[in-house]
Design a protein around this ligand. Structure first.
Ligand code: AMP
Length: 506
Protein backbone atom coordinates (compact mmCIF):
# COMPACT_ATOMS: atom_id res chain seq x y z
CA UNK A 1 0.00 0.00 0.00
CA UNK A 2 1.14 3.54 -0.69
CA UNK A 3 2.62 4.91 2.55
CA UNK A 4 2.72 8.48 1.27
CA UNK A 5 1.45 10.65 4.11
CA UNK A 6 -0.73 12.59 1.69
CA UNK A 7 -2.57 9.38 0.75
CA UNK A 8 -3.31 8.75 4.42
CA UNK A 9 -4.60 12.29 4.94
CA UNK A 10 -6.60 12.33 1.70
CA UNK A 11 -8.26 9.05 2.63
CA UNK A 12 -9.84 10.97 5.52
CA UNK A 13 -10.86 14.06 3.59
CA UNK A 14 -14.64 14.51 3.72
CA UNK A 15 -16.74 12.82 1.01
CA UNK A 16 -18.24 16.20 0.27
CA UNK A 17 -15.39 18.05 -1.43
CA UNK A 18 -17.18 21.35 -0.73
CA UNK A 19 -16.56 20.88 3.01
CA UNK A 20 -14.42 23.66 4.49
CA UNK A 21 -10.77 23.02 5.23
CA UNK A 22 -9.33 26.50 5.85
CA UNK A 23 -11.31 29.58 6.84
CA UNK A 24 -9.33 32.76 6.20
CA UNK A 25 -9.34 36.06 8.10
CA UNK A 26 -11.40 37.72 5.34
CA UNK A 27 -14.01 34.96 5.48
CA UNK A 28 -12.90 33.20 2.28
CA UNK A 29 -12.99 29.43 2.53
CA UNK A 30 -10.70 26.83 1.05
CA UNK A 31 -12.65 23.63 0.67
CA UNK A 32 -11.10 20.18 0.75
CA UNK A 33 -11.72 20.06 -3.00
CA UNK A 34 -9.75 23.29 -3.41
CA UNK A 35 -6.87 21.81 -1.43
CA UNK A 36 -6.82 18.63 -3.52
CA UNK A 37 -6.92 20.50 -6.81
CA UNK A 38 -4.41 23.18 -5.88
CA UNK A 39 -1.96 20.66 -4.43
CA UNK A 40 -2.42 18.59 -7.62
CA UNK A 41 -1.48 21.58 -9.79
CA UNK A 42 1.57 22.43 -7.71
CA UNK A 43 2.63 18.75 -7.60
CA UNK A 44 2.36 18.62 -11.41
CA UNK A 45 4.44 21.79 -11.65
CA UNK A 46 7.15 20.43 -9.34
CA UNK A 47 7.36 17.24 -11.40
CA UNK A 48 7.43 19.26 -14.64
CA UNK A 49 10.40 21.25 -13.35
CA UNK A 50 12.29 17.98 -13.43
CA UNK A 51 12.53 17.34 -9.71
CA UNK A 52 12.65 13.67 -8.81
CA UNK A 53 11.18 11.97 -5.74
CA UNK A 54 13.56 12.52 -2.84
CA UNK A 55 14.59 15.98 -4.06
CA UNK A 56 14.12 18.80 -1.58
CA UNK A 57 11.62 21.63 -1.91
CA UNK A 58 12.57 24.53 0.35
CA UNK A 59 10.11 27.29 1.23
CA UNK A 60 10.69 30.52 3.08
CA UNK A 61 7.24 32.04 2.88
CA UNK A 62 4.53 33.50 5.07
CA UNK A 63 1.75 31.35 6.42
CA UNK A 64 -0.97 31.24 3.76
CA UNK A 65 -3.25 28.49 2.42
CA UNK A 66 -1.00 28.38 -0.66
CA UNK A 67 1.99 27.73 1.58
CA UNK A 68 0.21 24.78 3.17
CA UNK A 69 -0.75 23.59 -0.31
CA UNK A 70 2.91 23.78 -1.33
CA UNK A 71 3.80 21.48 1.57
CA UNK A 72 1.08 19.01 0.62
CA UNK A 73 2.06 19.17 -3.06
CA UNK A 74 5.69 18.49 -2.24
CA UNK A 75 4.96 15.36 -0.23
CA UNK A 76 2.35 14.26 -2.80
CA UNK A 77 5.02 14.46 -5.50
CA UNK A 78 7.40 12.42 -3.32
CA UNK A 79 9.65 15.38 -2.58
CA UNK A 80 11.13 16.30 0.79
CA UNK A 81 9.70 19.51 2.21
CA UNK A 82 11.97 21.98 3.92
CA UNK A 83 10.15 24.85 5.66
CA UNK A 84 12.22 27.85 6.72
CA UNK A 85 11.37 30.55 9.22
CA UNK A 86 10.75 33.81 7.31
CA UNK A 87 12.89 35.57 9.92
CA UNK A 88 16.04 33.85 8.66
CA UNK A 89 18.52 36.19 7.01
CA UNK A 90 21.30 35.80 4.45
CA UNK A 91 23.79 33.91 6.58
CA UNK A 92 21.26 31.35 7.83
CA UNK A 93 19.64 30.95 4.44
CA UNK A 94 22.92 30.29 2.72
CA UNK A 95 23.67 27.56 5.23
CA UNK A 96 20.28 25.86 4.79
CA UNK A 97 20.31 26.00 1.00
CA UNK A 98 23.92 24.86 0.82
CA UNK A 99 23.27 22.05 3.28
CA UNK A 100 19.98 20.70 1.91
CA UNK A 101 20.61 21.46 -1.79
CA UNK A 102 16.94 21.77 -2.75
CA UNK A 103 15.81 21.38 -6.36
CA UNK A 104 13.33 24.21 -5.84
CA UNK A 105 13.35 27.18 -3.49
CA UNK A 106 10.15 29.14 -3.01
CA UNK A 107 10.74 32.59 -1.51
CA UNK A 108 8.87 35.81 -0.87
CA UNK A 109 9.14 38.45 -3.61
CA UNK A 110 10.96 40.82 -1.26
CA UNK A 111 13.74 38.23 -0.95
CA UNK A 112 13.96 37.72 -4.72
CA UNK A 113 17.41 39.24 -5.27
CA UNK A 114 18.97 37.49 -2.30
CA UNK A 115 17.32 34.19 -3.24
CA UNK A 116 18.63 34.39 -6.80
CA UNK A 117 22.14 35.16 -5.59
CA UNK A 118 22.18 32.37 -2.99
CA UNK A 119 20.56 29.89 -5.37
CA UNK A 120 23.28 30.55 -7.93
CA UNK A 121 25.97 30.17 -5.31
CA UNK A 122 24.60 27.00 -3.71
CA UNK A 123 23.45 25.34 -6.93
CA UNK A 124 19.67 25.51 -6.48
CA UNK A 125 18.25 25.18 -10.03
CA UNK A 126 14.77 26.68 -9.56
CA UNK A 127 13.49 29.67 -7.60
CA UNK A 128 9.81 30.63 -7.56
CA UNK A 129 7.90 33.20 -5.53
CA UNK A 130 4.93 33.17 -3.23
CA UNK A 131 3.85 36.41 -1.62
CA UNK A 132 2.06 37.06 1.66
CA UNK A 133 -1.30 37.06 -0.13
CA UNK A 134 -0.70 33.69 -1.74
CA UNK A 135 0.20 35.05 -5.17
CA UNK A 136 3.38 34.86 -7.20
CA UNK A 137 5.20 32.91 -9.90
CA UNK A 138 4.64 29.58 -8.08
CA UNK A 139 0.87 29.94 -8.33
CA UNK A 140 0.96 31.46 -11.83
CA UNK A 141 3.11 28.61 -13.14
CA UNK A 142 0.95 26.01 -11.39
CA UNK A 143 -2.20 27.43 -13.01
CA UNK A 144 -1.08 25.96 -16.34
CA UNK A 145 -1.11 22.44 -14.89
CA UNK A 146 -3.84 19.87 -14.39
CA UNK A 147 -5.69 19.51 -11.09
CA UNK A 148 -5.38 15.75 -11.10
CA UNK A 149 -2.19 14.21 -9.80
CA UNK A 150 -1.53 10.61 -8.87
CA UNK A 151 0.17 10.78 -5.47
CA UNK A 152 3.64 9.26 -5.81
CA UNK A 153 4.09 5.95 -4.02
CA UNK A 154 6.36 6.20 -0.98
CA UNK A 155 7.44 3.71 1.64
CA UNK A 156 7.11 4.55 5.31
CA UNK A 157 10.89 5.03 5.68
CA UNK A 158 11.09 7.47 2.75
CA UNK A 159 11.81 11.06 3.67
CA UNK A 160 8.91 13.51 3.75
CA UNK A 161 10.45 16.55 5.42
CA UNK A 162 13.60 18.03 6.81
CA UNK A 163 13.07 20.47 9.63
CA UNK A 164 16.03 22.40 10.86
CA UNK A 165 16.13 22.51 14.65
CA UNK A 166 15.70 25.94 16.14
CA UNK A 167 19.28 25.80 17.41
CA UNK A 168 18.88 27.50 20.78
CA UNK A 169 21.83 25.42 21.99
CA UNK A 170 24.03 25.11 18.93
CA UNK A 171 24.18 24.91 15.17
CA UNK A 172 20.90 24.13 13.50
CA UNK A 173 20.66 20.54 12.26
CA UNK A 174 18.27 19.12 9.65
CA UNK A 175 16.02 16.54 11.29
CA UNK A 176 14.95 13.97 8.70
CA UNK A 177 11.34 12.88 9.13
CA UNK A 178 9.84 10.05 7.13
CA UNK A 179 6.30 9.56 5.87
CA UNK A 180 5.99 6.84 8.52
CA UNK A 181 7.20 9.12 11.33
CA UNK A 182 4.66 11.81 10.47
CA UNK A 183 1.81 9.39 9.85
CA UNK A 184 2.39 7.63 13.15
CA UNK A 185 2.35 10.85 15.16
CA UNK A 186 -0.66 12.23 13.28
CA UNK A 187 -2.71 9.09 13.94
CA UNK A 188 -1.65 8.92 17.58
CA UNK A 189 -2.52 12.52 18.38
CA UNK A 190 -5.77 12.38 16.44
CA UNK A 191 -6.91 9.47 18.59
CA UNK A 192 -5.34 10.58 21.91
CA UNK A 193 -6.90 14.03 21.78
CA UNK A 194 -10.27 12.65 20.67
CA UNK A 195 -10.60 14.56 17.42
CA UNK A 196 -14.18 14.29 16.31
CA UNK A 197 -16.47 15.27 13.44
CA UNK A 198 -17.32 18.95 13.46
CA UNK A 199 -14.17 20.04 15.29
CA UNK A 200 -12.93 23.50 14.36
CA UNK A 201 -9.31 24.31 15.16
CA UNK A 202 -8.15 27.87 15.70
CA UNK A 203 -4.75 27.74 13.99
CA UNK A 204 -2.51 30.68 14.94
CA UNK A 205 0.85 28.91 15.07
CA UNK A 206 3.57 29.39 12.45
CA UNK A 207 3.78 26.66 9.81
CA UNK A 208 7.56 26.36 9.55
CA UNK A 209 7.67 24.41 12.81
CA UNK A 210 6.57 20.95 13.95
CA UNK A 211 3.82 22.34 16.18
CA UNK A 212 1.94 24.38 13.58
CA UNK A 213 2.74 22.34 10.48
CA UNK A 214 2.47 18.79 11.73
CA UNK A 215 0.66 18.65 15.07
CA UNK A 216 -2.03 21.20 14.21
CA UNK A 217 -2.49 20.61 10.45
CA UNK A 218 -2.19 16.83 10.42
CA UNK A 219 -4.71 16.27 13.19
CA UNK A 220 -7.18 18.56 11.40
CA UNK A 221 -6.62 17.08 7.92
CA UNK A 222 -6.82 13.56 9.29
CA UNK A 223 -10.09 14.58 10.86
CA UNK A 224 -11.37 16.09 7.61
CA UNK A 225 -12.52 19.11 9.58
CA UNK A 226 -12.07 22.87 9.37
CA UNK A 227 -9.55 25.29 10.81
CA UNK A 228 -9.45 29.03 11.12
CA UNK A 229 -6.17 29.63 9.35
CA UNK A 230 -4.78 32.85 10.78
CA UNK A 231 -1.41 34.28 9.72
CA UNK A 232 -0.18 34.64 13.28
CA UNK A 233 -1.23 34.78 16.91
CA UNK A 234 -3.15 37.89 17.79
CA UNK A 235 -4.98 38.07 21.11
CA UNK A 236 -7.79 40.27 19.80
CA UNK A 237 -8.39 37.93 16.83
CA UNK A 238 -8.30 34.96 19.18
CA UNK A 239 -10.95 36.62 21.35
CA UNK A 240 -13.12 37.00 18.28
CA UNK A 241 -12.62 33.46 16.88
CA UNK A 242 -12.38 31.29 19.99
CA UNK A 243 -16.16 31.23 20.51
CA UNK A 244 -16.49 29.62 17.07
CA UNK A 245 -13.73 27.05 17.61
CA UNK A 246 -13.58 23.75 19.49
CA UNK A 247 -9.80 23.23 19.67
CA UNK A 248 -6.93 25.64 20.24
CA UNK A 249 -3.23 24.88 20.16
CA UNK A 250 -0.67 27.35 21.39
CA UNK A 251 2.71 27.98 22.89
CA UNK A 252 2.61 29.18 26.51
CA UNK A 253 3.04 32.83 25.53
CA UNK A 254 -0.34 32.75 23.76
CA UNK A 255 -2.05 31.69 26.98
CA UNK A 256 -0.24 34.37 28.96
CA UNK A 257 -1.36 37.01 26.45
CA UNK A 258 -4.97 35.83 26.43
CA UNK A 259 -5.07 36.13 30.21
CA UNK A 260 -3.90 39.75 29.98
CA UNK A 261 -7.29 40.68 28.50
CA UNK A 262 -9.79 41.06 31.37
CA UNK A 263 -12.62 40.28 28.95
CA UNK A 264 -11.19 36.81 28.25
CA UNK A 265 -13.13 34.19 30.17
CA UNK A 266 -15.67 31.40 30.19
CA UNK A 267 -17.86 33.04 27.59
CA UNK A 268 -14.97 33.29 25.09
CA UNK A 269 -14.26 29.58 25.53
CA UNK A 270 -17.84 28.36 25.55
CA UNK A 271 -17.42 26.01 22.57
CA UNK A 272 -13.85 24.89 23.16
CA UNK A 273 -13.35 21.27 24.14
CA UNK A 274 -9.54 21.26 24.15
CA UNK A 275 -6.71 23.70 24.80
CA UNK A 276 -3.26 22.28 24.03
CA UNK A 277 0.04 23.85 25.07
CA UNK A 278 3.59 22.94 24.17
CA UNK A 279 6.94 23.82 22.59
CA UNK A 280 8.05 25.50 25.81
CA UNK A 281 7.24 25.00 29.49
CA UNK A 282 3.84 26.23 30.63
CA UNK A 283 4.22 27.90 34.01
CA UNK A 284 2.12 26.30 36.72
CA UNK A 285 0.92 29.80 37.50
CA UNK A 286 -0.46 30.21 33.96
CA UNK A 287 -2.04 26.75 34.09
CA UNK A 288 -3.78 27.62 37.38
CA UNK A 289 -4.83 31.12 36.30
CA UNK A 290 -6.29 29.76 33.07
CA UNK A 291 -8.30 27.16 34.93
CA UNK A 292 -9.61 29.70 37.43
CA UNK A 293 -10.60 32.14 34.66
CA UNK A 294 -12.07 29.78 32.07
CA UNK A 295 -12.80 26.51 33.82
CA UNK A 296 -10.57 24.78 31.25
CA UNK A 297 -7.59 22.62 32.15
CA UNK A 298 -4.90 23.16 29.53
CA UNK A 299 -3.50 19.91 28.19
CA UNK A 300 0.28 20.19 28.10
CA UNK A 301 2.31 17.94 25.87
CA UNK A 302 6.01 17.58 25.12
CA UNK A 303 7.89 16.85 21.95
CA UNK A 304 10.45 18.15 19.55
CA UNK A 305 11.36 18.56 15.92
CA UNK A 306 13.16 15.21 16.01
CA UNK A 307 10.02 13.14 16.38
CA UNK A 308 6.89 15.17 16.90
CA UNK A 309 5.14 14.53 20.16
CA UNK A 310 6.52 12.16 22.79
CA UNK A 311 4.24 12.70 25.79
CA UNK A 312 0.86 14.18 26.54
CA UNK A 313 -1.37 14.78 29.48
CA UNK A 314 -4.48 12.63 29.19
CA UNK A 315 -7.64 13.73 27.44
CA UNK A 316 -9.68 12.03 30.11
CA UNK A 317 -8.12 11.74 33.54
CA UNK A 318 -5.99 14.19 35.44
CA UNK A 319 -4.13 16.84 33.46
CA UNK A 320 -1.44 17.72 35.93
CA UNK A 321 0.04 21.22 35.81
CA UNK A 322 3.83 21.41 35.65
CA UNK A 323 3.96 17.98 33.99
CA UNK A 324 3.83 16.89 30.37
CA UNK A 325 1.80 13.78 31.07
CA UNK A 326 2.52 10.23 29.91
CA UNK A 327 4.53 8.78 27.05
CA UNK A 328 2.19 8.57 24.05
CA UNK A 329 1.13 5.16 22.72
CA UNK A 330 3.96 3.87 20.53
CA UNK A 331 6.61 5.99 22.26
CA UNK A 332 8.93 4.40 24.80
CA UNK A 333 10.45 6.92 27.16
CA UNK A 334 13.14 6.35 29.75
CA UNK A 335 15.08 8.50 32.17
CA UNK A 336 18.73 7.55 32.35
CA UNK A 337 21.85 8.46 34.26
CA UNK A 338 25.49 7.89 33.39
CA UNK A 339 26.05 4.98 31.03
CA UNK A 340 22.45 5.13 29.84
CA UNK A 341 21.26 3.15 32.86
CA UNK A 342 17.59 3.62 33.70
CA UNK A 343 16.96 5.57 36.90
CA UNK A 344 14.28 4.86 39.46
CA UNK A 345 11.00 6.77 39.42
CA UNK A 346 11.30 10.36 40.59
CA UNK A 347 15.04 10.76 39.85
CA UNK A 348 16.11 13.45 37.44
CA UNK A 349 18.12 12.26 34.46
CA UNK A 350 18.37 12.45 30.68
CA UNK A 351 15.24 11.77 28.67
CA UNK A 352 15.52 9.20 25.87
CA UNK A 353 12.80 8.07 23.50
CA UNK A 354 12.23 5.30 20.97
CA UNK A 355 9.31 4.75 18.65
CA UNK A 356 7.94 4.95 15.12
CA UNK A 357 7.67 8.72 15.36
CA UNK A 358 11.36 9.22 16.16
CA UNK A 359 13.24 10.73 13.22
CA UNK A 360 15.74 9.00 10.96
CA UNK A 361 18.72 11.19 11.82
CA UNK A 362 20.34 14.49 10.95
CA UNK A 363 20.66 15.34 7.29
CA UNK A 364 24.25 14.93 6.11
CA UNK A 365 25.51 14.28 9.67
CA UNK A 366 25.91 10.51 10.13
CA UNK A 367 28.43 11.01 12.93
CA UNK A 368 26.18 13.38 14.86
CA UNK A 369 23.26 10.99 14.31
CA UNK A 370 25.25 8.07 15.72
CA UNK A 371 26.18 10.14 18.77
CA UNK A 372 22.56 11.03 19.48
CA UNK A 373 21.23 7.46 19.45
CA UNK A 374 22.06 4.70 21.93
CA UNK A 375 23.08 1.22 20.81
CA UNK A 376 19.54 -0.02 21.51
CA UNK A 377 17.93 2.67 19.36
CA UNK A 378 16.88 5.32 21.87
CA UNK A 379 17.23 8.97 20.86
CA UNK A 380 18.93 11.22 23.38
CA UNK A 381 16.55 14.16 23.47
CA UNK A 382 18.95 16.50 25.28
CA UNK A 383 16.19 17.23 27.78
CA UNK A 384 16.45 16.45 31.48
CA UNK A 385 13.50 15.37 33.54
CA UNK A 386 11.93 12.75 35.74
CA UNK A 387 9.07 10.32 35.57
CA UNK A 388 7.07 9.97 38.75
CA UNK A 389 5.87 6.64 40.07
CA UNK A 390 2.40 7.24 38.62
CA UNK A 391 3.84 7.84 35.14
CA UNK A 392 3.72 11.62 34.78
CA UNK A 393 6.81 13.12 33.14
CA UNK A 394 8.26 16.42 34.34
CA UNK A 395 10.75 18.35 32.19
CA UNK A 396 13.56 20.13 34.05
CA UNK A 397 15.13 21.79 31.02
CA UNK A 398 17.72 21.19 28.34
CA UNK A 399 20.79 19.29 29.52
CA UNK A 400 22.89 22.05 28.01
CA UNK A 401 21.15 24.48 30.35
CA UNK A 402 22.14 22.43 33.39
CA UNK A 403 24.37 24.52 35.65
CA UNK A 404 27.39 22.80 37.16
CA UNK A 405 28.71 24.85 40.01
CA UNK A 406 31.60 23.64 42.14
CA UNK A 407 31.01 20.21 40.62
CA UNK A 408 27.37 20.09 41.71
CA UNK A 409 24.41 19.87 39.35
CA UNK A 410 21.78 22.58 39.56
CA UNK A 411 18.55 22.26 37.59
CA UNK A 412 17.46 25.77 36.64
CA UNK A 413 13.77 24.98 36.86
CA UNK A 414 13.87 24.37 40.60
CA UNK A 415 15.22 27.87 41.20
CA UNK A 416 13.07 29.51 38.53
CA UNK A 417 9.93 28.13 40.16
CA UNK A 418 10.90 29.64 43.50
CA UNK A 419 11.74 33.03 42.02
CA UNK A 420 8.59 33.05 39.87
CA UNK A 421 6.50 32.56 42.98
CA UNK A 422 7.88 35.76 44.58
CA UNK A 423 5.52 38.76 44.62
CA UNK A 424 6.44 41.14 41.82
CA UNK A 425 8.17 38.55 39.61
CA UNK A 426 6.71 38.01 36.13
CA UNK A 427 9.15 35.28 35.13
CA UNK A 428 12.79 34.28 35.37
CA UNK A 429 15.54 32.35 33.67
CA UNK A 430 18.37 30.74 35.60
CA UNK A 431 21.66 30.23 33.78
CA UNK A 432 25.26 29.35 34.57
CA UNK A 433 27.86 32.04 34.01
CA UNK A 434 31.62 31.51 34.03
CA UNK A 435 33.06 31.91 37.52
CA UNK A 436 36.73 31.66 38.52
CA UNK A 437 36.14 29.45 41.59
CA UNK A 438 32.97 27.52 40.85
CA UNK A 439 33.39 26.96 37.11
CA UNK A 440 29.85 28.24 36.69
CA UNK A 441 27.93 30.54 38.98
CA UNK A 442 24.16 30.18 39.30
CA UNK A 443 22.70 33.42 37.94
CA UNK A 444 19.13 34.59 37.58
CA UNK A 445 17.68 36.91 34.98
CA UNK A 446 14.40 38.20 36.36
CA UNK A 447 11.52 40.06 34.72
CA UNK A 448 9.53 42.23 37.14
CA UNK A 449 5.81 42.74 37.09
CA UNK A 450 4.68 46.22 36.31
CA UNK A 451 3.47 46.98 39.86
CA UNK A 452 4.72 48.13 43.25
CA UNK A 453 5.96 44.68 44.26
CA UNK A 454 7.86 44.50 40.98
CA UNK A 455 9.42 47.92 41.49
CA UNK A 456 10.56 46.92 44.98
CA UNK A 457 12.55 43.89 43.76
CA UNK A 458 16.31 44.04 44.01
CA UNK A 459 19.16 41.61 43.54
CA UNK A 460 19.53 41.38 47.30
CA UNK A 461 15.83 40.76 47.96
CA UNK A 462 15.70 37.95 45.40
CA UNK A 463 18.84 36.30 46.75
CA UNK A 464 17.52 36.61 50.30
CA UNK A 465 14.20 34.99 49.35
CA UNK A 466 15.89 31.98 47.75
CA UNK A 467 18.44 31.60 50.54
CA UNK A 468 16.13 30.18 53.16
CA UNK A 469 14.61 27.73 50.70
CA UNK A 470 17.50 26.06 48.92
CA UNK A 471 20.98 24.74 49.57
CA UNK A 472 23.57 27.46 49.36
CA UNK A 473 25.16 26.24 46.12
CA UNK A 474 21.83 26.73 44.33
CA UNK A 475 21.35 30.31 45.47
CA UNK A 476 22.04 32.74 42.62
CA UNK A 477 25.32 34.59 42.94
CA UNK A 478 24.17 37.21 40.50
CA UNK A 479 20.72 38.52 39.63
CA UNK A 480 19.89 40.71 36.66
CA UNK A 481 16.59 42.58 36.49
CA UNK A 482 15.32 43.01 32.94
CA UNK A 483 12.18 44.07 31.06
CA UNK A 484 11.83 40.87 29.05
CA UNK A 485 13.53 37.60 28.24
CA UNK A 486 14.76 36.88 24.70
CA UNK A 487 12.49 34.32 23.04
CA UNK A 488 12.50 32.56 19.69
CA UNK A 489 9.45 32.30 17.44
CA UNK A 490 8.07 29.35 19.42
CA UNK A 491 8.22 31.22 22.71
CA UNK A 492 11.32 29.42 23.98
CA UNK A 493 13.61 31.45 26.20
CA UNK A 494 16.98 31.71 24.46
CA UNK A 495 19.30 30.93 27.32
CA UNK A 496 22.26 30.87 24.96
CA UNK A 497 21.60 34.56 24.23
CA UNK A 498 21.42 35.34 27.96
CA UNK A 499 24.61 33.41 28.68
CA UNK A 500 26.43 35.30 25.99
CA UNK A 501 25.06 38.66 27.07
CA UNK A 502 25.88 38.29 30.75
CA UNK A 503 29.12 36.32 30.47
CA UNK A 504 30.74 39.44 29.16
CA UNK A 505 29.53 41.38 32.18
CA UNK A 506 30.41 38.96 34.91
P1 AMP B 1 11.49 22.14 19.00
O1 AMP B 1 12.32 21.11 18.34
O2 AMP B 1 11.70 23.52 18.49
O3 AMP B 1 10.03 21.77 19.00
O4 AMP B 1 11.96 22.20 20.52
C1 AMP B 1 11.85 21.05 21.29
C2 AMP B 1 12.23 21.37 22.71
O5 AMP B 1 11.27 22.24 23.29
C3 AMP B 1 12.23 20.15 23.59
O6 AMP B 1 13.41 19.40 23.46
C4 AMP B 1 12.04 20.76 24.96
O7 AMP B 1 13.27 21.24 25.47
C5 AMP B 1 11.13 21.95 24.66
N1 AMP B 1 9.73 21.64 24.94
C6 AMP B 1 8.76 21.26 24.09
N2 AMP B 1 7.59 21.10 24.73
C7 AMP B 1 7.83 21.37 26.03
C8 AMP B 1 7.05 21.38 27.22
N3 AMP B 1 5.74 21.10 27.20
N4 AMP B 1 7.65 21.70 28.38
C9 AMP B 1 8.96 22.00 28.43
N5 AMP B 1 9.76 22.02 27.36
C10 AMP B 1 9.21 21.71 26.17
Amino acid sequence: MNQNLYSLLAAHFPKDSAAPCMILPDGRVWTYGDVERASGRVANLIAALGLKPGDRVAAQVEKTPEALVLYLAAIRAGMVFLPLNPAYQRHELEYFLGDAKPGLFVCRPQARTLAAELAARTGVPHVLELDDDGRGSLIEAAAAHADAFATVARGSADLAAILYTSGTTGRSKGAMLSHGNLAHNARTLHAYWHFQPGDVLLHMLPTFHVHGLFVACHTTLLNGSAMFFEPRFDAARAMRLLPEATVFMGVPTYYVRLLLDPAFGRETCRNIRLFVSGSAPLLKETFDAFKARTGHTILERYGMTEGGMFTSNPYEGERRGGTVGFPLPGTELRIVGAGDTALKAGSIGSIQVRGDNVFLGYWGMPEKTREEFTADGFFKTGDMGRQDADGYVVISGRSKDLVITGGLNVYPKEIEELIDAMPGVAESAVIGLPHPDFGEAVSAVVVRQNNAAGAALTEASIIAAVKGELANFKVPKWVYLVDQLPRNAMGKVQKNVLREQYSRRS
